[in-house]
Ligand binder design. Structure first.
Ligand SMILES: Nc1ncnc2c1ncn2[C@@H]1O[C@H](COP(=O)(O)OP(=O)(O)OP(=O)(O)O)[C@@H](O)[C@H]1O
Length: 493
């Protein structure tokens, strides 16, 4: 069995979406050129604003971006990024353009991160000696902007460089991994990452300079796990089952294990701790890496006291808890920057990237009566007024599966039926791998086939114009919308 992908090819024929254009923000003025000599064990850190471009070429030596090696002579183009180029042996970089911030750091935590990688490699090697043993299941936790995603990239890149095939799981809906923001995903990595984009962009219909990876994606639609803890937990459990099944089907995946990224908020509040606990048990985590928080580390040691000692009598699997320091290079990203990242991600999903691969999305007109749209339960809209429900639909936590609006059990609704109207304009909707008649709990836990963009809504004539990455009719599948990522105007320029 393979982890199912977005299967965008299931969206079949229509008209090219000629009214909308991708926005190319490349500046026209010539770029200034500078050469940097970076000494061994040093890191050149740089930030490039949105709208600016910086080109970097490795001229001599060896260098890597979050674990992925840069080939000599290849030009990498960065825009809207905060990143670092590290060298183990020294290197010469040619930089065209002016980063908004740049400096060479004196110290980096790369040695500690690499030691962690080798410790994981040892566990992978041991798993390889048996036909059933599992590789390490590593979860990275820590406050926001502690460098969790960067460490996941480093561990993944190093594992891939050693011929491993780890499953990378993203439980942070704030940033999508090979998918749009607002989603949770799992991807089996066996080829290099796209260093210009982080992990790489979401799979689209166009050619790609690095091998395309097909993630398994679930739609969550909110920024933090606490927004709809019930839905979040359900998706984490669903994802854990899918990933475990993948691991038991593929020997290389089994021995390589899992590398799991988490949201910063999950390890900062009591509600978050509950979700964290849930994810740790669902994924049977064996290695918990606490990044940049002494307090969280000691909290975790206390919580998992009975599972950390080698002489533990707990029936649950042993857990190693490891403390690592935050890199001095980690930068806080303000809301404007993150919002621009989200918009770029959505734009690239439909239009590709200006200089790498441009895509031509298609438009289709769909009547309100042909649509089945759901909205993720959140806030007051997602809270059931249980007193109005028939007996038996009240505070129990089980879904009744009736498919009736909001009938998703007690407390917060998983999904509620959405009305077609102007409120949906400029939203991104997920097309689910589900049937129209499926009950709510099945819809909520269905994986995502692809995304469409609601470009305009005509309430009087009762139709919408929808932008899709592939030509054809909108498949007769349920759609889900939510408030995150927020509706974006940038696609309709
Ligand atoms: N060594 C470094 N040099 C320069 N920038 C870095 C370095 N490490 C991380 N960054 C940058 O700092 C920012 C925050 O890092 P990262 O996304 O890894 O943190 P995080 O803990 O995953 O954040 P969040 O909790 O918001 O998901 C990112 O823009 C990342 O590229």
């Amino acid at each position: 069995m393979s982890v199912p992908g977005l299967q965008l090819s299931e969206l079949p024929i229509g008209q090219p979406f000629s009214n909308f254009t991708a926005q190319d923000s490349t500046p026209v003025e010539p770029l200034t050129e500078k050469t940097y000599e970076i000494a061994k064990f040093r890191e050149w850190r740089f930030e490039v604003a949105f709208g600016a471009t910086v080109e970097v070429k490795l001229l001599k030596g060896s260098a890597e971006i979050f674990g992925t090696e840069l080939p000599i002579g290849h030009k990498f183009t960065f825009t809207g990024t905060k990143s670092a180029i590290f060298t183990w042996h020294g290197c010469t970089l040619e930089v065209r353009g002016t980063p908004s911030v740049e400096y060479t750091s004196e110290e980096t935590p790369m040695t500690a991160y690499t030691n962690l990688h080798f410790a994981l490699e040892k566990l992978r090697g041991m798993a390889g000696e048996s036909a059933t043993a599992q590789g390490p299941r590593v979860m990275i936790i820590g406050p926001e902007n502690a460098g969790k995603t960067s460490l996941v990239k480093i561990l993944t890149a190093y594992a891939v460089r050693q011929g491993r095939k780890p499953a990378v799981v993203n439980l942070d809906p704030k940033e999508g991994v090979l998918s749009l923001p607002g989603t949770l995903s799992a991807t089996s990595f066996s080829t290099i990452m796209d260093v210009e984009e982080g992990f790489g962009s979401s799979p689209t219909s166009g050619p790609s300079p690095v091998p395309v990876k097909l993630p398994l994606v679930y739609y969550y639609g909110l920024e933090t796990p606490e927004g709809n803890a019930k839905l979040y937990k359900a998706l984490v459990s669903r994802m854990a089952v899918a990933v475990s099944s993948r691991l038991s089907d593929d020997d290389k995946n089994r021995t390589s294990g899992i590398i799991l990224d988490t949201p910063g908020t999950i390890s900062q509040t009591p509600a978050g701790y509950d979700l964290l606990h849930h994810a740790i048990s669902e994924f049977s985590i064996t290695t918990l890496v606490v990044l940049g928080s002494e307090r969280l580390y000691s909290d975790m040691l206390r919580r998992f006291e009975d599972r950390t000692s080698s002489t533990s009598s707990s029936p649950l699997p042993h857990i190693s808890i490891i403390k690592l320091s935050k890199s001095g290079g980690c930068v806080d990203r303000d809301e404007t920057f993150l919002r621009a990242c989200r918009e770029r991600c959505i734009r690239e999903y439909f239009f590709g990237e200006p200089k790498k691969r441009t895509l031509s999305p298609y438009t289709m007109t769909v009547g309100f009566d042909d649509l089945n749209i759901w909205r993720v339960g959140e806030g007051a809209a997602g809270l059931l007024n249980t007193s109005l429900l028939p007996i038996g639909h009240g505070d129990d936590d089980d879904d009744d599966g009736s498919g009736a609006p909001g009938a998703a059990g007690g407390g917060q609704a998983l999904l509620v039926q959405a009305d077609c109207g102007m409120v949906l304009q400029h939203s991104v909707a997920a097309v689910l791998h589900a049937e129209l008649a499926d009950p709510v709990h099945v819809l909520a836990e269905s994986s995502v086939m692809g995304f469409v963009y609601i470009a305009s809504v005509d309430e009087q004539k009762r139709y919408m114009k929808i932008l899709a990455p592939m030509p054809g009719r909108l498949p007769p599948k349920p759609l889900v919308v939510s408030s995150f990522p927020e509706p974006t105007f940038s696609l309709v320029g």
